[in-house]
Ligand binder design. Structure first.
Ligand code: ZN
Length: 78
C-alpha cells in the first residue's frame, strides 16, 4: 500500500520553557514552567541547586493569548 503524502501538522498544545543558569558551570538548563521551588541537577557538571518557580497564572495567560499554540502558527500556514 502506497503512503499518501501527509499534510503539515499543526500544533495542538504548547508549554513555556524557562532557562536557569547553573551557578557552577553557567550551563542554561531548560525547564518547562516549574510551578514549585525545587532542587535541580545540572546535566553537565552534576551539581544541584535550588530554583525559583514561575507564576502559573502568568504562564496560563501566555498560553491563553496563543490559544494553547494554534494562534502562534505562521500566517503562511493558516
Ligand atoms: Zn552545571
Amino acid at each position: 500500500m502506497a503512503r499518501r503524502p501527509v499534510a503539515p501538522v499543526k500544533p495542538i498544545g504548547m508549554e513555556l520553557v524557562f532557562f536557569y543558569p547553573c551557578p557552577y558551570c553557567r550551563r542554561e538548563l531548560p525547564l518547562v514552567s516549574p510551578p514549585q521551588p525545587a532542587m535541580i541537577t545540572c546535566d553537565v557538571c552534576r551539581q544541584s541547586f535550588p530554583i525559583v518557580p514561575v507564576d502559573e497564572y502568568s504562564v496560563q495567560f501566555v498560553k491563553l493569548m496563543l490559544a494553547d499554540g494554534p494562534a502562534a502558527i505562521d500566517a503562511d500556514y493558516l
